[in-house]
Each structure stands twice: as C-alpha cells, then as structure tokens.
Ligand binder design. Structure first.
Ligand code: TYD
Ligand code: MG
Length: 453
C-alpha cells in the first residue's frame, strides 16, 4: 500500500500551512518561520482510533458518576488543578527552561505513587540515570514510579498498554516524535500530532496525562497556541529565576477555576509549598518606611498581601523618569495624573520608581489606592503606620470605587495582624461586622490621603 505524501510548508510560530515557501507568514506576520514538512496521509494509529463510531445520547441520560479526583498530596498543586486530578485530563504545564517543571512533575508523580498508583514518567530530555539522580535529591524514589527515556509516541503508547500506568508525565511535548511525519521533533506538526494522539489515549483510557511544554521568548508555548485549545487544563509555572518563589497559575481549566495560583519555593531539595504567601511576601518589609505600603490582591479565590514600594525623587529632567516593576505602567500614569490634579502633588517634577516586593506581578484595580498611598507617602516623606492597609479602585475624577471580594481581603489582613483598613465607602455598607480590625470608609483620594497622613 502506498501512502500518499504531500509537501507542505508550516509556520513554526503559529502553525499556518502553505503549499509553497514564504518569507513572511501571512497569518502571524513573523519572518522566516516556514519549514518544509512532508505530511503522510495514511491510516495512522490515531486516525483509525478516532474513527471509532460513537452515537449521540440525551445529556440527561448520561450517568453522573462520582467525580473521582486523585490527589498528588501537594496541596498547592491540587488546588490549582481545581481540587485534584480528574481522570482522562490532559494538562499542559508551560514555563521557561529551568523554572522547575520537571522537578514539580517528579514530585507530583511521587505523591501519586505513594497512594499506590502506578505512574510513568517519560523523559525525552534526560537519561534515566539523570532522572535517578534528581529523584535521589528530591527523595522521590518509589517502586511504583516508572521512568523511561523515550521520544517515539508509538513506543509510549504501546508501553502504556503493557504497563497500564494510572498517570503519565511527558517531559517535554516538544521532544516527542511520530515516525509517520518527516519533520523534526519540536516542529508544529509533530507537536500537534503527538498531542492529538496522547489526547485520544487519555480520553479512551481515563489516564490523566501531563504534558510539559517550554515557552518561547515571546511567552507562547512553543508549537504554540494550537496546544492550548486541545488540552483540558493549561498551567503556567512562572517566576523570576533570581527569586526563589515560583507561581503556578491556571490559565485554562475545564475542571476548576482559572486564575487560581499555587506558590512554591525552590529549595535545594526541590519545591516546597508556601501555604501562607502573605507572610513570605511581607517578611522583609521595613518598619515605618515612607513609600512602603501593603496591598491586598486577589489571586483566584485567594487573597494575597504584597508590599508595594514607591520612590518619588525630585528631578531636573524635563521629562521625569517612570520605572514601574510588577504593576501596570499605564495604570500608574493614570493614578499619578489624578494625584497631580486632585491632591495638588507636583509629581511632574519627580522621577518615580515603583516595585512590588518579591518579584510578584499585580494587575488589579483594587490596588489603585495602594499605589496612590505609596506614591503619596514617598512624596510627602511620611510613613504609613505599619498596621494600616488601603483598598479601592480610583476613578478619573478622584472618586474611590467599590472593589470585589472585600470581605475575603479584610479577613486575610486581620489574619496577618493588620488593625486598620481604609476601604471604599460603598463596600463599607455591605461589610459584615468584623471584630479586631478598624474599618474606615473613604470616598475620594483627597479624603483617603487626609485620613492616612
Ligand atoms: P528543572 O525542574 O530541571 O526545570 P525545567 O524542567 O523547568 O527546565 O529545574 C531546574 C532548576 O531547579 C535548576 O536550575 C536547579 C534547580 N533545582 C533546585 O534548586 N533544587 C532542586 O532540588 C532541583 C531538583 C532543582
Ligand atoms: Mg525539564
């Protein structure tokens, strides 16, 4: 039987295909991204399996079996997954090289193996000796944790049939290879085909599969967005390599809430959970220093307290410098303009530097008042008393607007020992009575700054 083959040129950035080579991709606009790939049209394993006939059924006739999630025992990880691992899920874990994806996966599999699950770690990047050395360091050796160094998808599928593992990790999807395709591992066509075949197996057998994916410089998982819609859950493992904290973020989850985060710390014996991130992010906060304030930001369902720092230094430059880390620079520019106009603070004559301690990024209007307070505190050179926090979104006329999840944030502040909270007047009305923390309503920035200083 002769298989029909066809040559196509595929953009390695977005997956666009064309019959001839092009210098610039008409779809994503990138230059020099086309690579030649021979596509074989034949009855490949995945396609013949996909052709298994299925019949539509009424939705209410489907049995609702008890959701049977398995737990890795790493609480932060289980929470980001939406409360454990659903059978048959395909989870993509993306992140920069060296951020700790393989470490996290090995620890998670170890957690599952301790509950007598037989699990399989497939590495296309490391030899089994290297895996053994890593597991020694992490103390994750277990008889139920099988490891193999393999890149051929066919071999992995037959291995699954023989050994019947209950959870699988593929590290990484970019190293996987289908022999029917002639293009190199890591090309869009290979990555897409490998993912498709693994997805079919996951759905048929109910075995959850984790796919590790490297992220390209511009932030997309290489081989790229095509993967994000094929999988059930997309997690990003992020963090600054210069900081020890790592944040695991769900950006898509068919079985749980997105924007849920898990915080980890990279130690010499692997990743440790940080179950109280607020305490960690606030641990180095200076005492009574002008320009420093604590803000409460919601990360998924969880409030996290972080320290915002501002430094306003007078300048003789015609255009003052604005260096903003961890916050949205446009948002800060807007708030500075409001402060000039409403508070009469001459910030045009000042360079402004802002930072969120610990390498955290916040992007939420509820911290507007925190930013205003930090800048005002540095500008006036007056500290904000240590036990105080300010919440609120700021509008262009200087009004302080209501924020979401006010109760949860206030509860977290109270837990962390704060004694005074300034929050929007409109939230005050709906607040439950909370003891042990003084709540003060504010309605304009003028009013807030007057109360603070
Ligand atoms: P790794 O899991 O290999 O990253 P990825 O798979 O995302 O590329 O982690 C690599 C980094 O983590 C490496 O720079 C060393 C560091 N590390 C530790 O600090 N402690 C440890 O116990 C381990 C295993 C790694
Ligand atoms: Mg790795």
């Amino acid at each position: 039987m002769s298989k029909k083959s066809k040559i196509l040129f595929t953009c390695q950035s977005c997956g666009y295909q064309a019959p001839k080579w092009m210098g610039k991709c008409p779809d994503c606009g990138k230059w020099d991204t086309f690579a030649e790939e021979r596509i074989v049209r034949g009855p490949t394993a995945s396609r013949s399996r996909a052709a298994v006939q299925s019949e539509p059924v009424p939705i209410d006739a489907i049995a609702l079996d008890q959701e049977n999630r398995s737990l890795t025992g790493i609480a932060e990880f289980d929470r980001v997954l939406g409360g454990g691992l659903v059978p048959g899920t395909l989870v993509l874990i993306g992140g920069d090289p060296g951020i700790g994806k393989s470490t996290l996966m090995l620890q998670a599999l170890h957690g599952l193996s301790r509950q007598n699950q037989k699990v399989l770690y497939v590495s296309g990047e490391e030899s089994i000796r290297q895996l053994r050395m890593r597991s020694q360091r992490l103390s994750t050796a277990s008889h139920n944790l099988l490891v193999v160094s393999e890149i051929d998808v066919d071999a992995i599928l037959s291995m699954m049939e023989r050994h019947k593992p209950q959870t699988i990790v593929i590290d990484s999807i970019q190293t996987m290879f289908n022999s029917e395709l002639t293009s190199a591992p890591g090309s869009v066509t290979q990555v897409r085909e490998s993912t498709l075949r693994l997805m079919l197996v996951a759905k048929q057998t109910g075995v959850p599969i984790f796919l590790v994916g490297h992220v390209t410089k511009d932030g997309a998982i290489a081989g790229p967005r095509v993967l994000e819609h094929m999988v059930d859950t997309v997690l990003y493992f992020e963090g600054d390599r210069n900081h020890v904290f790592r944040i695991l973020r769900a950006v898509k989850n068919r079985f749980g809430s997105t924007n849920e985060i898990g915080v980890f710390e990279m130690k010499d014996r692997g990743l440790a959970e940080v179950s109280n991130p607020s305490a960690v992010f606030l641990s180095e906060r200076p005492d009574q220093a002008p320009g420093s304030i604590v803000a409460a930001s919601m990360e998924g369902t969880r409030p996290i307290l972080v320290e915002i720092q501002a430094l306003a230094a007078s300048t003789t430059l015609g255009t003052p410098r604005r260096t903003i880390l961890g916050l949205d620079a446009n948002r800060v520019a807007l708030l500075v303009a409001v402060m000039e106009k409403k508070l009469g603070m001459h910030l045009m004559g000042h360079d402004l530097f802002m930072n969120v301690a610990g390498g955290v990024k916040i992007d939420e209007p509820a911290v507007d008042m925190g930013i205003v307070a930090a800048v005002a505190s540095s500008f006036l050179d007056k500290p904000i008393s240590n036990g105080s926090i300010v919440l609120g979104e700021v509008g262009l006329t200087g009004e302080v607007r209501a924020i979401s999840h006010a109760d949860t944030r206030v509860a977290e502040m109270k837990k962390m020992g704060f004694i005074r909270c300034l929050l929007p007047e409109s939230n005050m009305k709906r607040m439950k009575d909370i003891k042990g923390i003084e709540l003060i309503g504010i309605d304009t920035v003028e009013n807030a700054v007057e109360t603070l200083f």
